[in-house]
Design a protein around this ligand. Structure first.
Ligand code: ARG
Length: 466
């Protein structure tokens, strides 16, 4: 008997009419779920290995099935597998081919299993691997940030609040702020992986199976840390995909913030950085243009990933237990989130070292913005004036400097003393950008020595993460 029923479907026994073409097209997922093929085969091999261990399959049957699955895996990897829409999905494409290749024994593969626990297993295996590779790229990007932080610890850039010049900071310090964002993102991914890495296999359609399966055995073969405790939950929930997409959304949000800064910094108006030609593109009409398209695209792609997250949350929200076909719709958003975040992190890991800084422009901007006004107020406090009064005095000096078109450090002592007689010659040691930055010498502060120490700690933290 062929693996196919009269209707041509693996599930067609109870059907007398063949499937409408429109239905076939509407329900098929093989176009996108075929990327799960290698995971599907791994899951099947673990399943039959376990079935042979508990005596449900003979060892000979197991060996034939495993050989057939491996051969199919090779065909798929070589692009020599003819996928069929009529066979709906990756699972039935492979299973039907197995029976064609090895004969009736191939029809025993699906013993004690359902596509419901099968797909839940496949996605977890696939996503687990993607998380591992994404983590490697995140580590590369974080290492690149630490390298720049060390190199540019002494480079001074104006720090902003409200995008108005606030206080000078070390450029390295700014890079380490980006590092911290990504470091948290990484730990969220590791956490997501840990919660996800349990095996749904054995849940079968929803209620489990009457075969004497050993769920721990198949789980262990597949590198899962344990099993899903409840069969209904195992086949139905996609919260792990939602959790990953939420981690991916946070990564994209952070990359998008970095992108925004890079785009601003590279503009003629800021002129703080340049990005190597290899990472920029030109204009088809304006010959002078060199555009930061990579950061712009990453900023733009952030919206896609948020959309993927929303799609998954909405997909799940009204589903009764247990499996519903709605869940087939989880793949495209999940794959899109994976592909987008991976491509973005990968290109950023390469782009960070391609940034060159322009310290003179940064210094000039900090001076123009009177970035050391807080230092002058702090100086008055050290001379015994209450901070609120010092703030008011410096406010007047700032008005004066702006009217005179000068930085605070360039005002003559006599002019400064008109506002406050407590000001002495020693003020000029404190109003320079270097002095301002160097004075913030506590852990987490922007003094270059602190930045170098923080960069060292960042490197250690990276080396000690798992
Ligand atoms: N293609 C399906 C999915 O992605 C596989 C599970 C189908 N199960 C079923 N009972 N129709 O969810």
């Amino acid at each position: 008997m062929s693996a196919f029923s009269e209707s041509g479907k693996l599930w067609g026994g109870r059907f007398s009419a063949s499937t409408d073409e429109l239905v076939e097209e509407f329900t098929a997922s093989v176009d996108f779920d075929k990327r799960l093929a290698a995971c599907d085969i791994d899951g099947s091999i673990a399943h039959v290995t376990m079935l042979a261990r508990v005596g449900t399959l003979t060892e000979a049957e197991r060996d034939q099935i495993i050989k057939g699955l491996k051969d199919i895996g090779t065909d798929i990897a070589r692009g020599e597998f003819a996928w069929s829409n009529a066979l709906e999905d990756v699972h039935m494409n492979i299973e039907a081919r197995l029976a064609e290749r090895i004969g009736d024994v191939g029809k025993k593969l699906h013993t004690g299993r359902s596509r419901n626990d099968q797909i839940a297993t496949d996605i977890r295996l696939y996503l687990r691997n993607e998380i591992d590779e994404l983590t490697v790229d995140l580590d590369r990007m974080m290492t690149a940030l630490v390298d720049v932080a060390e190199r540019e610890a002494d480079t001074i850039i104006p720090g902003f609040t409200h995008l108005q010049t606030a206080q000078p900071v070390s450029f390295g310090h700014h890079m380490l702020a980006w590092f911290e964002m990504l470091y948290r993102d990484r730990s969220r991914l590791v956490d997501c992986r840990r919660r996800m890495n349990v095996s749904p296999l054995g849940a079968a359609a929803l209620a489990g199976t009457r075969f004497p399966i050993d769920r721990y055995d198949s789980a262990e073969q597949l590198g899962f840390d344990g099993i899903c405790e409840n069969s209904l939950d195992a086949v139905s929930d996609r919260d792990f995909a939602i959790e990953f997409s939420s981690c991916a959304s946070l990564i994209m949000m952070h990359l998008s913030r970095m992108s925004e800064e890079l785009v601003l910094w590279m503009s003629q108006q800021f002129g703080f950085i340049d990005i190597d030609d290899a990472f920029c593109t030109g204009s088809s009409i304006m010959p002078q243009k060199k555009n930061p398209d990579i950061p712009e695209l990453v900023r733009g792609k952030t919206g896609r990933v948020y959309g993927d997250l929303m799609a998954l949350l909405t997909l799940m929200k009204a589903q009764p237990l247990a499996y519903n076909r709605d869940n087939q719709e989880d793949k495209e958003p999940l794959f899109d989130a994976i592909d987008t975040v991976r491509a973005s992190v990968k290109i950023y890991a390469a782009l960070i070292p391609a940034i060159t800084v322009k310290p003179d422009a940064m210094r000039e901007a900090a001076r123009r913005g009177l970035a050391t006004a807080t230092d002058l107020a702090d100086y008055l406090v050290e001379k015994g004036i209450a901070f609120r009064d010092a703030h008011a005095i410096v406010g007047q000096i700032v008005s004066h400097a702006l009217a005179a078109g000068k930085d605070l450090v360039d005002l003559p002592l006599a002019e400064l003393r008109q506002y406050c007689s407590a000001i002495d010659e020693d003020i000029f040691d404190q109003l320079s950008l270097e002095a301002s930055v160097a004075a913030r010498r506590h852990p987490g502060g922007t003094a270059p020595d602190q930045v170098r120490a923080a960069a060292r700690r960042a490197r250690e933290r990276l080396q000690n993460t798992t």
